[in-house]
Each structure stands twice: as C-alpha cells, then as structure tokens.
Design a protein around this ligand. Structure first.
Ligand code: ATP
Length: 268
C-alpha cells in the first residue's frame, strides 16, 4: 500500500455527551489514490471530512494531513493548510452574483496577490479541464445543475490542492452528467496527481472509480479494501451494504429509547 496523505488515528468525536459519533476511529487515506468513505446515513461521513478540513476538532485523537497535525494548527496555519484542500459539496454553493469566471477566480483573489493575467490563465486552464471554458461569462442562474457542479469542481481545484474531498458528488444528476462527473473525478485525480476522498451512497459509481473503500458504521471502520475485495467479502456487514439491504448488522433505526414508553409519553 502507498504512503498515506491523511491519517486518522483513534479519533473520538461527539456533538453532545449522550452520543459519540466516533469512538476511536482510525483510517488511512493513501496518497495519489481515490478513497471512498461509505456507510449508512448519519454515521458521520460528512463529519469526518470536516475533521480532516479542520472545520471541526476531535475530542481526542490525531488527524494528520500531509504531515501536519490539523487540530494543533492555529487559525493562520489552518487557513494555509486549507489552500491545499479542495472541497466539493453536493450543493455546489456558487456565488450567485458572480460570473463563472469570477467564481473560480475567487479563491485565488482571496489567497494570493496574483496579476490579472495570471488569474486569467489559471481560471481558463481549470475551466478547460472541466469542459466549460466557453461558459466563463455565464452567471450561475444560467447553468444547469450538472454545469454548476463542474464549475464548483473547477473552483475547488483552482489552487492545485493535494487533497480533494467530494461530499455526495453524484446526487441529483441526470445519467449523462453523472457519467461525466464520475469520469472527471478519475481523470483529475490522475492528471493533477491528486489524492481524492469521496463520500457517497452511490455504490455503482463509487466502486467504479475508487481504489480503496472504507465502510463506516457506528463510529468505526467495519470494512476496508478494494471494491473487488468488498464485493467478494463474506462479511454480513459488507454484504448488507453493497447489496443495499435495509436492515441487518447495520441498524435501520437511529438510537432511540423504548418505543412503547415513548408512545405512552414516558420516555421523551
Ligand atoms: N451541527 C450539528 N450539530 C449536532 N449534530 C450534528 C450536526 N451535524 C451533524 N450532526 C449529527 O452527527 C451525525 C453524523 O452526521 P453526518 O452528516 O456526518 O453523517 P453522514 O454519515 O454524512 O450522513 P448522510 O449520509 O445522511 O449525509 C448525525 O447523527 C447528525 O445528526
């Protein structure tokens, strides 16, 4: 296995004392590869990305990215470290009053004092990679959902990140656009020498491009391996997950008190 770009070691995290999201999770994200983080809804996949990005701090444990201990960084160091991390969220979140060009130029203007001609070259190069150089003057309201996601992707890679994090990148796309995004994630990972982490529920798409998959459940990694290894695993957990069975070792219910008591109003 190649070296890790991200190491999560024995991380504990909770939003409130009554429920730990992570109770000692450890996982490695190998450099240069595409790693998928999968698992049932509410298990903490987005939380994990936010711990890696330093938007959240673990209660205890280590979150190391490219040799830097993220929870130990001060504001300024974290701001610098984030330049090397690109994030693509499902919502895309383009700035609605800026053109496509200006949306992509935004992180460059925020972080660097580059000349207009340098900014123009960087923006056009990234737009070309996502196939939207010709759309540079459009406003977000003039774009389809798939185009918005591609613009958001160009913006996420404009500072040449080491690490790209995708949160549900395939949700809500038509089949053709979905195929384009799947291919783009794979191609960008190779051509830009990225390390990618994908959080997704879409097993087919994710397994088609991931080198390594971690399945999380109840605050732990319950299985990890290549897509082939997981498809052929004889673990009940993994089979429940890859075959999309609604219940099994991974519970359908969010933890709750006694149902009868609850209905009778005694366990609120
Ligand atoms: N800001 C918050 N305050 C309190 N609890 C939160 C907050 N954000 C998330 N949670 C809780 O943390 C848990 C993990 O959330 P997270 O979004 O990381 O899960 P997920 O695995 O990404 O889920 P999904 O697959 O449904 O997107 C959930 O139970 C959620 O209710």
């Amino acid at each position: 296995m190649s070296d890790s770009l991200v190491s999560i070691r024995d991380v504990h995290f909770s939003w409130n004392p009554s429920r730990e999201i992570y109770s000692g999770v450890s996982l490695e994200i190998p450099e240069g590869k595409i790693t998928a983080i999968m698992g049932p809804s509410g298990t903490g996949k987005t939380t994990l990305l936010r711990l890696i990005g330093g938007q959240l701090r673990p209660g205890s444990g280590n979150v190391e990215v490219a040799g830097q201990e993220i929870p130990e960084l001060n504001r300024e160091q974290l701001y610098k470290a984030r330049r090397r991390m690109g994030m693509l969220f499902q919502s895309g979140a383009l700035l609605t009053d800026l053109s496509v060009f200006e949306n992509i130029a935004f992180p460059i203007r925020e972080h660097y004092d580059f000349t207009e001609s340098m900014i123009r070259d960087l923006v056009l190069m990234k737009l070309e990679l996502v196939g939207l150089r010709g759309a540079r003057d459009l406003m977000p309201s003039e774009l389809s959902g798939g185009m918005k996601r591609r613009v958001a992707l160009a913006r996420a890679i404009v500072l040449d990140p080491l690490l790209m994090m995708y949160d549900e990148p395939f949700t809500g796309l038509d089949p053709v656009t979905l195929g384009t995004i799947v291919t783009l994630i794979k191609e960008l990972n190779e051509s830009l020498g990225l390390t990618s982490v994908i959080v997704s529920h879409d097993i087919g798409e994710t397994f088609s491009i991931a080198d390594h998959v971690c399945i999380l459940s109840e605050g732990k990694v319950v299985a990890a391996g290549s897509p082939d290894e997981l498809m052929n695993s004889d673990s009940e957990f993994v089979q429940q997950f890859v075959n999309g069975k609604p219940d099994g070792p991974m519970p359908f219910h969010y933890p709750a008190g006694d149902y009868t008591k609850d209905l009778l109003g005694g366990d609120s």
